[in-house]
Design a protein around this ligand. Sequence first.
Ligand SMILES: N[C@@H](CCC(=O)N[C@@H](CS)C(=O)NCC(=O)O)C(=O)O
Length: 238
Amino acid sequence: MHDDVSLPVLYSFRRCPYAMRARLALAQAGHAVQLREVLLRDKPPELLAVSPAATVPVLVLPDRVLVHSLDIMRWAWQGHDPDGWLTRSEAPEHQALIDANDSDFKRALDRYKYAERFPDRPASAYRDDAVVALIAALEPRLAVQPQLGGAMPCLTDLALMPFVRQFAAVDAAWWAQAPLPATRAWLQGWLAHPLFATAMVASPCWAPGDAPVVFPGQSLCPTPGPILQSRRPVASSG
Ligand SMILES: N[C@@H](CCC(=O)N[C@@H](CS)C(=O)NCC(=O)O)C(=O)O
């Protein structure tokens, strides 16, 4: 049995898409962490002490603190990437997709989600912006291959999926009939994937003194200790 308190600490918020992509990567790469679910409106001093910016996710390692989701994702596969999850995402076109997701698409997505706060344009205009910023580039790729990584998924698939999920959920009726069948199938595949279920397992809010909550939990691996310590990949397809 491993020593749970010696595992890296991950500060996380279940519904945050940045935290989701970090949890997806950690689970896929087979890293066990102590999950500390936080409330964004009531962040624990322990989080503020390690990351003054106080965004989630934050991964506390013995020698450093990673405060950006993409750094956590890259760390997950660094040094042990037998299936190329990290390597394939390093192609310039993947970096461009991730950059587009995290900048123009995210901005348009937030306006589309909260269109009532940005009343100078209709929600559909923000949706169009989001399509131009990212979604339009996904469809032709996913029409010829099942994953952004190719035949197999890569970091890029997991980095984008939580955000595309939010985009699809803003107006499910529009999404269901949009001329985006390949992107829809890709998202559906991930929403039904056991890795997503593992990453979305709910955990009570953390408080100092709580027993460690080991993530990923038992739902993914019946014997999480030895399997996770050997860092065996737990999912290989979308
Ligand atoms: N660049 C960061 C951004 C993370 C981020 O903005 N997370 C949001 C939650 S989805 C957050 O923590 N916001 C701070 C707050 O709401 O106080 C990353 O990639 O991890």
